[in-house]
Design a protein around this ligand. Structure first.
Ligand code: F6P
Length: 315
């Protein structure tokens, strides 16, 4: 198995689940280091049920991860498939986001059975309700922003906080809702700066709120520009915080550990059942698998009812 793309808390819990499920079926597992780069270069280690002891609670990925440009080329894909044949790999489990799934799709086409598992803090994979790492990243961001709120309150300031999510606003919406943000700037929804931010802040002030939290999804644009605009329009002392990679670290939450365990188990069972070119997904409360193409086809929209609830409550 391999982990690829940005790491996500819960990837280690997934590795553990894959190794232990395979062991229970007397199947041996090779860990491929540094994602597809490791597959292309033969950077492999043997894993056993004991070698994954104690990793369920650890953030990051013990297999390391990388974004591999070579895997986008026909030559790289062929090398990766050749390594699989050379090492006698009967099936591959690849955890990551859409780039990872494209690699798995290419290998499936070359006859290497592949199962993708969604692991990204962005939760932006269209065919699955959940991606491993999302809950931990949300909780990490919430913890940081709660701390920011203390100091913003003391100084009666406005805090503009940029959260990750690449081109998607799922993380920003969830976090913004959970911290009681005054406004959330999302790539998926147009925002009227005067109505949705300035006016809300003005009403808040009248009602006695002396500080504000504004969340900016990184895919929306520059948090600094948003802060400058706010300061210019309101005169309120405003500070910017970019949470950055801290959101990708930390011990996984219960939800990520459990989901990773369920998905890892399902991925091994899918390979045993002879499936290939599939992605493990959460569909409501069910863990199942779908054609990888479905994970790549459309852009996942925001949870509209959560968006509406947040808009109503943030007054
Ligand atoms: O996809 C996960 C993610 O953390 C995104 O939210 C972010 O845009 C990107 O990865 C950052 O990538 P890197 O670790 O290469 O800076």
């Amino acid at each position: 198995m391999l982990t690829s793309g940005g790491d996500a808390p819960g990837m280690n819990a997934l590795i553990r689940s894959v190794v232990r499920t395979a062991s229970a079926h007397d199947i041996s597992v090779l860990g491929i280091r540094r994602g597809y780069s490791g597959l292309i270069n033969g950077d492999i280690l043997e894993m056993s049920a004991r070698s994954v002891d104690g990793i369920i609670r650890r953030g990051g990925t013990i297999l390391y991860t990388a974004r591999c440009k070579d895997m986008l080329t026909e030559e790289g894909q062929q090398k990766a498939a050749d390594t699989c044949r050379y090492l006698g790999i009967d099936g591959l489990i690849c955890c990551g986001g859409d780039g990872t799934f494209r690699g798995a799709q290419a290998l499936s086409r070359k006859g290497v059975p592949c199962i993708g598992v969604p692991g990204t803090i962005d939760n932006d994979i269209v065919c699955t309700d959940y991606t491993i790492g999302f809950d931990t990243a949300c909780n990490t961001a919430i913890e940081c922003i709660d701390k920011l709120r203390d100091t913003m309150q003391s100084h009666e300031r406005c805090s503009v906080v940029e959260v990750m999510g690449r081109r998607a606003g799922h993380l920003a919406l969830q976090v913004g809702c959970a911290v009681g943000a005054t406004a959330i700037c999302l790539p998926e929804r147009e925002l009227d700066f005067d109505v949705d931010i300035v006016e809300k802040m003005r009403i808040g002030r009248i009602k006695g709120r002396n500080h504000h939290i504004i969340i900016v999804a990184e895919g929306y644009g520059s948090a600094q520009e948003v802060a400058d605009q706010i300061h210019e329009a309101t005169g309120i002392d405003t500070r910017v915080t970019i949470l950055g990679h801290i959101q990708r670290g930390g011990s996984p939450t219960a939800q990520d550990r459990v989901m990773a365990t369920r998905m890892g188990h399902a991925a091994v069972e899918a390979l045993i059942a002879g499936k290939t070119n599939r992605v493990i997904v959460q569909d409501k409360s069910r863990v199942t698998d779908l054609d990888i193409e479905e994970g790549l086809s459309l852009k996942k929209d925001l949870d509209q009812s959560l968006f509406e609830a947040q808009q109503t409550v943030a007054i």
